[in-house]
Ligand binder design. Structure first.
Ligand code: NAP
Length: 285
């Protein structure tokens, strides 16, 4: 079997086209476009490049984007919290992004939880996490949402199927597991203490790999015909590779996401999708 590729770039461009249209309609209705505000503290290259790509994606769908770039040495956590408090109070700001990593004198959780839940478009604060857990509407994390979009794009019915999520981080593993549970899948969460991971993975109809170990999940762990969503992003000898050994896994899977070009491009669009959700909530549309 040679797996069908779940093409993240293609899906991202289709989702962007749909989102642009929705934003045009919404902006006509309320005479205002969604606006997001992104905060970077320091000069970490990953953080700066993520902010640049947010700006590109935002502008491509008609979302206004503003960046505040703080100097790490002269900025306290209080300064960032004060800015968030200001942004929370502005009607014309619909989404707030705090880029990671933050400098060591700042606490990411404290900062993210200061954002009013409706403007938390990364879906990372406790209120949104609670809503995800309780099966309520809310704004949910972008990478897990992107993984689910790609999974749905396979066209395979998910209800009742067994999903194995490898990884239990708060950013990826746990929220993706909760999203799959909301789709009526049977979900198993694995982590570094799971005994005999290959055996557990072999029972999966859907494998979601989010462990941050290059090429770790091998083809002979995968049941014939399973769907494989690779969330991993690892830099190996100047190249990006996923958590799944693509060559061997694609010989077993029915559908598989590549790295790069899988979950990554869709994640950027899900952030803007969350901004539109926030815009609608704040405008009571
Ligand atoms: N595509 C995107 O847009 C996107 C966005 C965010 C992250 N990512 C990528 O997704 C991956 C995971 O990110 P993360 O932030 O969730 O990483 P993380 O915080 O380091 O968590 C990794 C998880 O994997 C588990 N794990 C590690 N080694 C394992 C092993 N040998 N067997 C089984 N489980 C193992 C850990 O278990 P314990 O809990 O027991 O330690 C942990 O729960 C990374 O490659 C990251 O770059 C991609």
């Amino acid at each position: 079997m040679s797996a069908q590729i779940l093409d993240g770039k293609l899906l991202a461009s289709q989702l962007k086209a749909r989102l642009s249209e929705e934003i045009r309609d919404l902006s006509n209705r309320v005479q205002e476009a969604p606006r997001v505000f992104s905060i970077v503290v320091g000069n970490d290259p990953a953080s700066l490049s993520y902010a640049a790509s947010q700006q590109k994606t935002a502008q491509s769908v008609g979302i206004q984007y503003e960046l505040r770039h703080f100097n790490s040495d002269s900025t306290s956590q209080e300064d960032v919290l004060n800015l968030i408090s200001e942004l929370n109070s502005y009607d014309h700001v619909h989404g707030i992004i705090v880029n990671k990593p933050l400098p060591s004198h700042m606490n990411f959780k404290t900062i993210i939880n200061a954002i009013t839940p409706y403007k938390d478009i990364e879906g990372m604060n406790l209120m949104n996490f609670g809503r995800l857990l309780m099966g309520e509407e809310g704004i949910f994390p972008c990478t897990p949402a992107a993984a689910l979009e790609l999974l749905k794009s396979s066209g395979v019915a998910l209800k009742g199927k067994h999903a194995i999520v490898i990884g239990r981080s708060e950013i990826v593993g746990k929220p993706v597991a909760m999203l799959l549970l909301r789709e009526d899948m049977t979900v198993t969460i694995c982590h570094s203490k799971t005994v005999d991971l290959p055996f557990v993975v072999h029972d999966a109809d859907v494998v979601i790999a989010a462990l941050g170990r290059p090429n770790f999940v091998k083809g002979d762990w995968i049941r014939m015909g399973a769907i494989v969503i690779d969330i991993g992003i690892n830099h190996v000898e100047g190249k990006l590779v996923g958590d799944v050994d693509f060559a061997s896994a694609s010989a077993k899977a029915s559908h598989i996401t590549p790295v790069p070009g899988g979950v990554g491009p869709v994640t950027a669009v899900m952030l803007m999708n969350n901004a539109v959700k926030a815009f609608k909530i704040l405008n009571q549309i």
